[in-house]
Design a binder for this molecule. Structure first.
Ligand SMILES: Cc1ncc(COP(=O)(O)O)c(C=O)c1O
Ligand SMILES: [Zn+2]
Length: 400
């Protein structure tokens, strides 16, 4: 029998308490902090130059060992050099099977759920987690329940959840309220209760193991960048990517870790607030056009904070206008990302203008989701169409 977590220990980053790994324990029994899934590098056999296969499971030596793997080829996403900024690369996570980075986590999380005796999985979501959990559950033959903030999920994400057969529940308020429902339901005390639905929000450390592979792909393709810019909502992804770099450092594959920069939207920037010493990582009524990161109470705030703090990085905020401008700039480079995904470029431009990075620095921007996720935003500015009714008119138009 495979022991899925034999290379791991669950460790509290706050009080140091160690727990035997289990799919069901996510918080420290002593202090309540979210536990880190720490790999014992002595048990890893990985030879960096001899990896086989593609996508997330190319790095299986650094992932839980599962008896059943639900995969759709997630990962191995393009790293695209910008024309306008030749030292800047965009990691295009929109190229994943359901159009966002969440698939990297879901292939691991849903595979794990498929080995447990559960009926299905449950997630709260701003949309992409729902789309991804729905699709991967469908492949696994598991049920999927998604809890969404009513009226604030981008249309295509909702459509994906419908297509893949999830049960859709909406709640009043924001994502923060939706997550509260899920956490209250499944996490009694510190462990997941005996309910029949496995929670796959980013509090789940095993899901985040899949997301850390973004760092591995970057290193394989361009080595260690100076900076990685990540749009931050709940804070799981920036932590996961940092964790990936750190593991390679411990294994001696790389000799430094990039500075991690977390980018938030002005109206939904609890991490920026905390980073600047202006109180706890919490804002009420988060607002931004980038619905994927419209989050006021990031459950992974301490994880995200550590990623930035320990790499001498930064949290910064950008306006909706800057996000939409960055989305348009990427669009003109052929890269279609949803508003949240463009926050990383908006953050880079801000960091550049403030002198935190300079043009010589090697930078990776994570474009977290596909432009088609949120078509309404793209059509909001009343794009101008030219209407013609003859070939002559078309000839005239293009010869101008
Ligand atoms: C497109 C997109 N970008 C960024 C994020 C934020 O990721 P995290 O919540 O891990 O910080 C999300 C989360 O829903 C997302 O869907
Ligand atoms: Zn603790």
């Amino acid at each position: 029998m495979i022991r899925p977590f034999r290379k791991y220990v669950l460790k509290c980053p706050r009080c140091g308490y160690e727990v035997e790994p289990s799919p069901f324990v996510m918080r420290c029994p002593r202090c309540g902090e979210l536990l880190d899934a720490v790999i014992d590098s002595g048990k890893v056999r990985l030879k960096w130059g001899e990896l086989k296969g593609r996508g997330v499971w190319r790095y299986r030596d650094l992932l839980p060992e599962l008896s059943r793997v639900i995969t759709m080829g997630e990962g191995s996403t393009p790293l695209i050099k910008l024309r306008k900024y030749p030292n800047v690369y965009v990691k295009f996570e929109g190229a994943n099977p359901t159009g966002s980075f969440k698939d990297r986590g879901m292939t691991v999380g849903v595979s794990l759920a498929a080995t447990l005796s559960v009926k299905g999985v449950i997630v709260a979501s701003t949309g992409n987690t729902a789309a991804s959990a729905a699709a991967y559950s469908a492949r696994a033959g598991l049920e999927c329940v998604v809890v969404l903030p009513k009226g604030s999920v981008a249309r295509s994400k909702l459509a994906q959840a419908v297509l893949h057969g999830a049960r859709i529940v909406t709640v009043p308020g924001t994502f923060d309220n939706a997550l509260e429902y899920v956490l209250d339901l499944v996490l009694g005390n510190n462990a997941v209760n005996g309910i029949n639905y496995y929670p796959l929000n980013s509090i789940n450390p095993w899901r985040l193991e899949g997301q850390k592979t973004t760092a591995f792909e970057i290193v394989e393709e361009v080595g260690v960048p100076d900076f990685v810019f990540v749009p931050v909502g709940n804070g799981g992804n920036i932590y996961a990517i940092w964790k990936g770099f750190r593991e390679l450092l411990e294994l001696g594959v790389i000799d430094k870790v990039p500075k991690m920069v977390g980018v938030q939207a002005e109206g939904a920037a609890p991490m920026v607030k905390y980073w600047r010493g202006l109180g706890e990582a919490r804002v009420d009524n988060p607002r931004t056009v980038a619905s994927a990161i419209r989050i006021g109470r990031p459950v992974n705030w301490f994880r995200a904070y550590r990623a930035v703090k320990y790499t001498d990085g930064l949290f910064l905020e950008v306006s909706d206008e800057e996000i939409l401008r960055a989305q348009g700039m990427l669009g003109r480079e052929g890269i279609g990302t949803e508003p949240a995904g463009a926050a990383s470029l908006a953050g880079y431009l801000k960091a550049l203008s403030e002198g935190f990075v300079d043009l010589d620095d090697k930078v990776v921007l994570i474009a977290t989701g596909h432009a088609l996720k949120d078509p309404d935003v793209l059509l909001q500015g009343n794009p101008q169409f030219v209407e013609i009714s003859s070939l002559d008119e078309l000839m005239q138009l293009i010869s101008k």
